[in-house]
Design a protein around this ligand. Structure first.
Ligand SMILES: Cc1cc2nc3c(=O)[nH]c(=O)nc-3n(C[C@H](O)[C@H](O)[C@H](O)COP(=O)(O)OP(=O)(O)OC[C@H]3O[C@@H](n4cnc5c(N)ncnc54)[C@H](O)[C@@H]3O)c2cc1C
Length: 496
């Protein structure tokens, strides 16, 4: 018997689940199909190392979800299904090789004390138009709403003011940081954050992303769900099922069925055809959409970004940092020599080299949520975002590179080696094996340089050339991250 739904969603990333939950609440019959054995895509919480240690295997930090439109709509219903966010007053810091450190805190006053009086200027110039900046990341730009947003900006700023504002969004992190902060430490505190937007500090628009992130962290902190990132997935799945939706794992979709120029459903690898009466929504890369699910479709020029490595450590006691005591309590600490250090490592990776001194992102989820590990133990989530594309990762290369990173980390955390219980490393190749959307281990499913961002992230808008087939996910506007932006935009459009 053929099963029929209003919408079939391919893949179960956060965009898919938010989209399906919103549609299900709107009365649509939805079915989400995930090829892996576990739903959630780049959100997964597992006892990867030792029993009792709950590691977020891939993504971990949820400010984009908590600040996003899907959370605004669904937050209460998810909370009713057990989702509970915790936060911190010490969201991020950078630790420098000489033992110095710099912190970004939760109020303008504190950050002026940390970074210098220039910080007040940053906040004062950013905040009046913060709504425009965030709207660019939360609006369907290729639509009436996009035009209305442009008109709103024009009315507020005038033609010259708007031209100046847009020009300002193109600045690189290097230019913005060096023009704004005399302090090398302030620059080194903020520069690594551009990596989390898929850019490097010399890329166009990275200076603007720097400002968006820095202000967002001050205002929003670094929320994470109690018990692990997967609690967000659990609550979304529960919400979908409570509205009679279907979520199935271990179901690889191999074809979008097209009839009379319209998407009519999908076929799975095991031969089931599922009908979709109103929409097929594909959370895949353009490579898969046009190269596999729609055979014969015109290929889309699309480039992937640098690779990512994740290192997970279980420790017999909490990490004790050398230097400022607050490092022990900070959620995310970057290790880098500074702005030039990040720039150099990105440049090396872009030239196919393993960086000499990579920027090490050290996440300490236990500082916010002690339930992630056994009492009195330590757990670190480590990310390296400056790895070359196309590198042939062997198990040995992966472990040797991770050795180099943990040795550097041990200079900052003197008890690291003595307390290490177990280490699990995922190379870019491992990431792609776990999630086909992470092509080449690119955590953002596509390079985020300007030619592939905003209006230019795959096709403008989320409609495809096939009627009723919608494209969502990190490869589409507003790009990667846990904000679920594309899934929310498409759900809202369909519900209209
Ligand atoms: C290691 C890592 C760390 C990150 N850290 C953070 C962080 O801390 N905070 C943050 O905001 N962002 C982070 N990101 C980015 C963020 O996690 C992702 O951009 C986001 O989760 C992507 O969600 P998505 O909905 O686009 O799809 P994905 O999560 O990529 O899910 C897509 C799903 O579709 C499935 N799929 C693909 N093809 C098919 C098919 N044909 N049939 C069935 N299923 C299919 C895949 O198996 C996958 O499960 C991180 C990403 C990675 C990889």
């Amino acid at each position: 018997m053929t099963r029929t739904f209003d919408a079939v969603v391919v893949g179960s990333g956060v965009n898919s689940l938010a989209c399906a939950a919103l549609l299900a609440r709107g009365g649509w019959g939805v079915c989400v199909l995930e090829r892996e054995a576990v739903v959630g895509g780049a959100i997964r919480t597992e006892e990867l190392t030792e029993p009792g240690f709950l590691h977020d295997t891939f993504s971990a930090w949820h400010p984009l979800w908590v600040g996003g439109a899907a959370h605004a709509e669904l937050g209460d219903e998810l909370a009713a299904r057990g989702l509970d966010y915790l936060n911190t007053d010490l969201p991020t810091a950078t630790a420098f090789p000489d033992g110095a450190s710099a912190f970004l805190l939760r109020s303008t006053e504190e950050n002026v004390a940390e970074l210098g009086a220039e910080w007040r200027g940053v906040v004062d110039s950013f905040l009046p138009n913060a709504d425009l900046a965030f709207a660019m990341l939360g609006t369907e730009l290729w639509s009436r709403s996009g035009i209305l947003l442009a008109l709103k900006a024009l009315r507020r700023l005038g033609p010259r003011g708007l031209t100046e504002y847009v020009g300002g969004t193109l600045v690189s992190s290097r230019d913005w940081l060096t023009e704004t902060f005399p302090s090398e430490q302030a620059r080194g505190l903020l520069a690594p954050w551009v990596l989390h937007t898929g850019l490097g500090p010399d890329a166009a628009s990275s200076g603007f992303m720097n400002q968006v992130i820095a202000v967002a962290i001050q205002e929003g902190g670094m929320p994470i769900p109690r018990g692990g990132g997967a609690r967000l997935v659990d609550a979304l799945v529960q919400l979908i099922r409570d509205r009679d939706g279907v979520v199935e794992a271990g179901r690889d979709v191999e074809r979008v069925l097209v009839e009379h120029g319209r998407a009519a459903g999908v076929r799975t690898g095991d031969g089931e055809e599922l009908r979709a009466e109103r929409a097929v929504i594909a959370n895949v890369t353009p490579t898969q959409l046009y190269g596999r699910l729609l055979p014969g479709a015109r290929a889309l020029r699309y480039r992937y970004g640098r690779g990512d490595m994740q290192i997970h450590l279980a420790l017999s006691e909490p990490a004790r940092w050398a230097g400022d005591e607050r490092l022990n309590r900070t959620a995310i600490v970057h290790l880098t020599p500074g702005l030039d250090g990040v720039s150099r490592a990105v440049n090396e990776a872009d030239r196919g080299l393993l960086p000499e001194e990579a920027t090490i992102v050290v996440g300490q989820p236990l500082t916010i949520d002690p339930s992630r590990g056994p009492e009195g133990k330590g757990l670190l989530w480590i990310q390296l975002q400056e790895l070359p594309r196309g590198f042939a990762w062997t198990e040995e290369a992966r472990e040797r590179y991770a050795d180099r990173i943990t040795e550097r980390l041990a200079r900052h955390i003197p008890n690291l080696e003595s307390s290490l219980l177990k280490r699990v490393v995922l190379s870019p190749a491992d990431l792609e094996r776990a999630n086909v959307n992470l092509v080449g281990g690119d955590p953002y499913s596509g390079a985020l340089s300007l030619d592939q961002n905003f209006l230019w992230r795959t096709r403008p808008g989320h409609a495809t050339e096939v009627k009723r087939l919608w494209h969502i996910g990190a490869s589409t506007h507003p790009g990667p991250g846990l904000g679920a932006g594309s899934g929310t935009l498409v759900a809202k459009r369909l519900l209209r």
